[in-house]
Ligand binder design. Structure first.
Ligand code: SF4
Length: 97
C-alpha cells in the first residue's frame, strides 16, 4: 500500500499525542497544497522543480526527509529529495555505517 501524506498525517494525529501539539506535518510548507504536486512523473523536470521549490523554503524539511528515509518512502518528493535522491542518501549511509 502506498503511503500518502494524508495517511501519514492521520497516523501521527492518532498515535497518542496531545491534540494541541503540532507535528512537523502541521508546519510543512506543503500543508494545504494539492499533494499531487509532490508526485510528478520522474521525467517531468518542471514538475519536479516546482515541488522542490516548495520544499526549499520549508522549515521542517529535515524532519520530512528523515521520515521518508525511515519508512523507505519510494514515491514522491519529501524533504526536498526525489526518489533517486533518497536512494542515494540511503546508499551513502549504508556504506558509512
Ligand atoms: S519538506 Fe517539502 S514535502 Fe516535506 S513538509 Fe516541507 S514542503 Fe512538504
Amino acid at each position: 500500500m502506498q503511503t500518502t501524506r494524508s495517511t501519514v498525517t492521520t497516523t501521527v494525529h492518532t498515535t497518542g499525542r496531545n491534540d494541541t501539539e503540532l507535528s512537523w506535518q502541521d508546519l510543512g510548507a506543503c500543508r494545504g497544497l494539492d499533494a499531487t504536486i509532490f508526485y510528478p512523473d520522474p521525467d517531468d523536470e518542471v514538475g519536479t522543480d516546482r515541488a522542490l521549490a516548495v520544499c526549499e523554503g520549508c522549515m521542517v524539511r529535515e524532519s520530512c526527509l528523515e521520515h521518508a528515509l525511515a519508512i523507505r518512502e519510494h514515491t514522491g518528493i519529501w524533504g526536498g529529495a526525489t526518489e533517486r535522491d533518497r536512494r542515494r542518501i540511503l546508499r551513502r549511509r549504508r556504506r558509512s555505517a
